[in-house]
Design a protein. Structure first.
Length: 287
């Protein structure tokens, strides 16, 4: 829907979802955590009925020729993601299936480096939130005055303002996994800057560390382990060498790896949220 011509309208419609899977980290932001899946589903349903909402960021991910793809969680590219999609193939190993998938993936060429280049812009200042309700229509004489003032202002010679050049930073990539994620997992309703988190994990991970960290990545795909390079950016361009193979994971959907531009769309969508979680976010921000 965000890819269509009704994007502006759709952005104003509150969204509610029922978490039926096991890997939706967004549900832990919007609803109280519960080990009981029935209770978790009930909390989500009640949140929709109560009507409280919070604004969430969206990533716009655009290739050179493709239509843009949108994500509320983020993009992953690397060995952890590749191993994670194969976990279900080892279902017969029960609780060991995650470690098995990551262990067998280390039999390939090691270390499994991803090469490329990243250009990015820093955080942007957050503008004040627009009021949800439209103001009442002003009287006729006020509207006439505004039109006349706008007409005479347009006839005056406008001196174009100089646009400051964008301050791009560039980084050469050699990583075991690259993650570009929204801040929706750690939602701060009072922050003054808008940015996404870019995590560049070191390619010096041993096979043992890779297997052990695989389980953590399954629970929190966009976690940034100690020793990784963490970057805050409002926009970035990922450049890949010609002939790069593999796939991206964008909100757990698979897409062919290609050069892309990722742009943050701050507070693009509104999601229904449990009132207790919203109050907790505001209280944490004050503290």
């Amino acid at each position: 829907l965000l890819s269509s011509c009704v994007q502006a309208v759709f952005s104003k419609i509150p969204i509610g979802f029922i978490p039926l899977g096991k890997t939706c980290t967004l549900s832990n932001t919007l609803y109280p955590e519960s080990t009981n899946q029935v209770q978790h589903i009930t909390n989500a349903t009640l949140a929709i009925l109560k009507g409280e909402t919070v604004p969430l960021d969206v990533l716009q991910i655009k290739g050179e020729k493709e239509q843009p793809v949108f994500a509320v969680t983020g993009l992953r590219w690397g060995s952890y993601r590749d191993a994670g999609v194969k976990v279900s193939k080892y279902w017969y190993l029960g609780p060991l299936k995650t470690k098995a998938a990551h262990f067998f993936s280390t039999f390939k060429e090691w270390p499994q480096k991803r090469q490329g280049a990243l250009m990015y812009l820093g955080p942007t200042e957050r503008p004040p939130e627009e009021p949800e309700e439209n103001p009442s229509r002003p009287p006729l004489y006020v509207r006439i005055y505004r039109r006349l003032r706008s007409y005479w202002a347009s006839r005056q010679k406008v001196i174009p303002k100089e646009v400051a050049p964008e301050d791009w930073e560039e980084l050469k990539l050699s990583t075991i996994e690259l993650s570009i994620a929204t801040r929706n997992r750690q939602l701060d309703l009072t922050r003054t800057e808008d940015f996404m988190d870019i995590c560049v994990e070191a390619d010096t991970v041993s096979k043992g560390q890779f297997v052990n960290r695989g389980s953590q990545k399954m629970r929190d795909p966009h976690m940034c382990p100690e020793g990784s390079q963490c970057i805050q950016a409002s926009r970035c361009i990922l450049q890949l060498p010609e002939g790069t193979e593999g796939s991206f994971g964008i909100d757990n959907e698979e897409y062919e790896a290609m050069p892309v531009e990722v742009k943050l769309l701050p507070r693009k969508l509104r999601f229904f949220c449990d009132p207790r979680m919203r109050e907790q976010m505001l209280r944490a921000a004050v503290q």
